[in-house]
Design a protein around this ligand. Structure first.
Ligand SMILES: C[S@@+](CC[C@H](N)C(=O)[O-])C[C@H]1O[C@@H](n2cnc3c(N)ncnc32)[C@H](O)[C@@H]1O
Length: 286
């Protein structure tokens, strides 16, 4: 499959093949080291597993938060799944990186960068080039031009963006068009008062990974997420994908703010013990 350039993806008004769209987003590495990696129908097996519990509760799931939504594709699929089970919730997807910019550096060099000028993809002579460094690059010395390129370009990109000499874009999938799903920039490590006590179901898929964050940061994210739950009965799905397999846990808030495991997928969430050690803020009642 030919990788899309950012300019092509964001300018193409017509349809884009969902696989090509996912490959494009999945190739983007953010400045905090996380990838926008996602895939269509990624959670079909997970949804199958939690279906009986969701079916039982669909009517009372009014607000849903999907943390680390990436392009929003799996958020759309989550909304479809909940609807198919009889729910009609308001769905919000959050991600630390949604806003980005297309910047022309020269007629042959265009860059997709985040709002701080961090390069996410280069387009050199109409060909896409990854902006991040992989392990192999240290053996082939490809890391040198990548490091130098980033160091040289970053302040220039930042300046152009600050001066309005860029095209702002939103890193969100086409499937969100015409959908009543809101994608907002939000850092799960920073408490967001307007989310407090709002959500009946929170999903954190492939974000609260021990490989991405330190334990202390994961504890902070858990505290924030639990504070966003409406109260006893709220559900929290934490899942991590390894190849074709998912390992996750579905938690439910209890009367006094404690958290209990309702079910496990695969081997369960790797951060289950961290979540069970928390108490939701205030132990609010519904
Ligand atoms: C691997 S993707 C997961 C996408 C989707 N949930 C899935 O499983 O297909 C991880 C996402 O988390 C986002 N992310 C990274 N750090 C974050 C943070 N501190 N707060 C919110 N989102 C963050 C990244 O931008 C990326 O889009």
């Amino acid at each position: 499959m030919v990788m899309l350039t950012a300019r092509r993806y964001f300018s193409d008004e017509g349809g884009v093949d969902p696989e090509a769209e996912c490959a494009f987003f999945s190739s983007l590495r953010m400045r905090n080291g996380t990838f926008k990696l996602t895939r269509p129908s990624r959670f079909a097996a997970v949804e199958e597993g939690i279906r009986p519990i969701i079916r039982e509760r669909a009517g009372s799931i009014r607000q849903v938060l999907d943390v680390g939504t990436s392009s929003g594709l799996t958020t759309v699929e989550l909304a479809d799944f909940l609807q198919a089970e009889g729910g009609s919730p308001r769905v919000i997807g959050t991600d630390l990186f949604i806003e980005a910019h297309l910047v022309e550096v020269s007629p042959r060099l265009h860059v997709l960068a985040d709002d701080e000028g961090w390069p996410l993809q280069y387009e050199l002579a109409s060909r896409p080039l990854r902006a991040w460094i992989r392990r192999l690059d240290y053996f082939t010395l490809t890391f040198v031009p990548l490091l130098v390129g980033r160091a040289v370009l970053r302040s220039r990109l930042y300046r152009k963006i600050a001066e309005g000499r860029s095209i702002p874009v939103r890193m969100q999938c086409r499937a969100l068009a015409d959908r009543n799903i809101r994608l907002v920039e939000n850092d799960i490590l920073v408490a967001t008062p307007e989310f407090t006590g709002q959500f009946d179901l929170v999903r954190a898929a492939n974000i609260l990974n021990l490989g991405y964050f330190r334990t202390g940061q994961i504890r902070t994210a858990i505290a924030n997420i639990l504070s966003y739950c409406r109260g006893p009965g709220s559900l929290l799905l934490v899942v991590r994908t390894h190849g074709q397999h998912h390992h996750g846990s579905l938690f439910e808030l209890q009367e006094r703010g404690q958290v209990a495991v309702r079910m496990r997928i695969g081997e369960g969430s790797e951060i289950e013990s961290l979540i069970l050690g928390h108490t939701a803020y205030g132990g609010r009642r519904r």
